[in-house]
Design a binder for this molecule. Structure first.
Ligand SMILES: NC(=O)C1=CN([C@@H]2O[C@H](COP(=O)(O)OP(=O)(O)OC[C@H]3O[C@@H](n4cnc5c(N)ncnc54)[C@H](O)[C@@H]3O)[C@@H](O)[C@H]2O)[C@H](O)CC1
Ligand SMILES: [K+]
Length: 543
């Protein structure tokens, strides 16, 4: 699904009016109605609500949407009140119009931070957050805006539901950054297309359950763009089909090359990820120093070698039989596996997914990777590895994941998957997909190795690198969510791998979906959206 920046949303807004004759007022009416439905679903019937629904509004269109919602709720008999933020600028025409309509219905605003605002907010039945939307530019807040947001959060802490209009106020819609304070919503209703900042950390953690309402934007307006996320039905559609008469030779043969003394588990986990995601055959290049550990995974075939003296010709003899290569997990710089990794990257013309050891090989010189590699390539760095690849501090990567992953893809010529609680997948042509699945239980050893194996399987089954990477991230995260339903910590990467078979097997026609999806009782208005990822999941390894 397309995801937009606030700038792109404004452009779409303008085009809806210019090209389709849909005026702003209609869009605002639809947006307000969607918010009203979200409020009614939480509140129940008006007869059950004795305290006020309070709309906390700014002077922009976000405030206008909140007032339209309030008008609908008032017309149905809910008690309502308005807290209007004062500003140097007069309220927009739309806000003045809606205030006038509400005044005629008997609802008059109190202005900003007067003596009664805290009481009103803390005694509300529900709060509608319409202070700032996509017009919020970030940076410092006015004293008044800050006080209103803090009061709303206190109310939220005491159990009062907060419904955010479009995006929680204080969250930057372009980056997801929160520079000061932001509203902590129970639910956010976003319009037209999800905003990038609403799906990114940390903004996404303020949103609560996210609902999307199309509000009448023509479908072809919502197509295109470079930013996207993968929704469950899209992931299911991308999943390679398994014909009834398929045999193992047609389900992809994956070669896993990597490991070093003390890190042979990495290759086994990648192999397990490949097998559990449906690879027909998996062969592991097994250095003799790794010992007997391979016996723990009897389904794999091992090709015993000595990395230190291995000649590329020995390996390349059987490479034509492989459909994809997973290369680099567990490779230590000092170990002979480096030469192997280098020659696979350079000489293997089929699809290859590169992890761990691969980045050290090209540290500070991503262009060398672009010139060395002939075949399709997916790279799967965590922020530390990405930093070494681009010659930057890890903190720089973490503070700008979108810019970093785009730059890495452009400079390496590869599809780059930057791991994190919100994994980003970038194509060299500028497209970026954000992954919305995952769970903090995945912050542990070996989880990334399993992901490498999954992506290799999808590559070996014929998916394009961008699709293999975003689909791999999606199902890896889904398996993590399933693990997370029974534990918060201490689960093993091999356990996650073993759950892949459940996640990837159709149940009732679609791949299994664990709980965590928002369902509205009004499917015509809301598109279900994956629940936000719980805080602070990150991948193990040197960051
Ligand atoms: N297609 C849609 O998605 C539609 C969205 N709508 C709603 O419109 C808002 C965007 O409205 P806009 O008037 O452009 O901006 P805001 O309401 O977000 O108001 C911003 C307001 O705040 C000022 N400001 C910006 N940064 C700061 C700051 N750091 N401190 C203080 N003040 C700041 C800025 O100058 C503006 O005055 C969108 O989110 C939707 O809710 C439409 O209703 C229809 C379609
Ligand atoms: K808002």
């Amino acid at each position: 699904m397309r995801v937009v920046t606030p700038e792109e949303m404004r452009e779409l807004d303008g085009r809806a009016t210019r090209e389709f004759g849909i005026p702003e007022e209609i869009l605002m009416e639809r947006a307000g109605m969607a918010v009203a439905i979200a409020c009614r679903e939480i509140l129940g019937a008006p007869a059950e609500v004795s305290r006020h629904i309070v709309a906390v509004v700014g002077g922009g269109h976000n405030g206008g949407d909140a007032l339209v919602a309030l008008r609908d709720l008032v017309s149905r008999g809910y008690p309502a009140a308005i807290v209007l933020m004062g500003s140097e600028k007069p309220p927009s025409q739309a806000v003045s119009r809606e205030l006038d309509r509400l005044a005629r219905m008997g609802v008059v605003p109190t202005q900003g931070v007067d003596s009664s605002f805290r009481h009103r907010i803390s005694h509300a039945a529900l709060l509608v957050d319409g202070l700032f939307g996509t017009g919020f530019r970030g940076g410092s807040l006015s004293r008044e805006a800050r006080e209103l947001i803090v009061a709303m959060n206190r109310a939220a802490d005491s159990g009062i539901p907060v419904v955010c209009v479009d995006i929680p106020s204080g969250v930057n819609g372009t980056t997801g950054a929160v520079s000061d304070v932001a509203v902590r919503g129970r639910r956010t209703v976003t319009f037209g297309a999800p905003k990038w900042g609403l799906l990114c950390d940390p903004g996404t953690r303020y949103a609560g359950d996210i609902y999307l309402s199309p509000i009448g934007f023509p479908r072809n307006l919502r197509d295109g763009g470079q930013l996207s996320c993968l929704l469950p039905h899209e992931a299911n559609e991308l999943l390679p089909v398994r014909p009834p008469a398929v045999h193992k030779g047609e389900a992809g043969h994956v070669l896993v090359a990597g490991g070093s003394p003390g890190k042979s588990g990495s290759v086994l986990l990648a192999a397990r990820g490949a097998l559990r995601s449906g690879a027909g055959l998996v062969t592991v290049l097994w250095d003799r120093s790794f010992g007997e550990a391979a016996a723990s995974l009897p389904e794999i075939m091992t090709f015993p070698v000595d990395f230190a003296t291995l000649s590329p010709r020995e390996v390349f003899r059987f490479l034509p039989r492989m459909d994809a290569v997973a290369c680099g997990p567990g490779v230590e710089e000092a170990f002979g596996g480096r030469a192997l990794v280098e020659s696979l990257l350079t000489d293997y013309p089929g699809p290859l997914v590169g992890d761990a050891g691969v980045f050290d090989l090209f540290a500070g010189n991503p262009e060398k990777m672009a010139s060395s590699r002939r075949g399709p390539l997916v790279l799967t760095p965590h922020p530390g590895e990405m930093g070494r690849l681009l010659g930057r501090e890890t903190a720089t990567i973490v503070s700008d994941p979108l810019g970093s992953v785009r730059e890495a893809a452009a400079r390496t010529g590869a599809v780059v998957l930057l791991k994190g609680a919100r994994t980003h997948v970038a194509h060299p042509d500028g497209r970026v997909s954000i992954n919305l699945t995952g769970d903090p239980v995945m912050a542990g050893a070996g989880m990334g190795d399993v992901l490498t194996g999954i992506i290799a399987t999808f590559l070996g089954q014929g998916l394009a690198p961008f699709d293999a990477a975003r689909l791999g991230a999606f199902f890896h995260g889904r398996a993590g969510e399933l693990l997370g339903t029974t534990s918060t910590r201490g689960r093993l990467a091999s356990e996650l791998a073993d759950l892949l078979t459940v996640i990837l097997s159709p149940v009732g026609g679609t791949a299994h979906q664990p709980p965590g999806f928002n369902r509205s009782q009004d499917p015509a208005l809301f598109w279900p959206f994956p629940a936000p990822c719980p805080p602070s999941a990150s991948f193990g390894g040197r960051q």
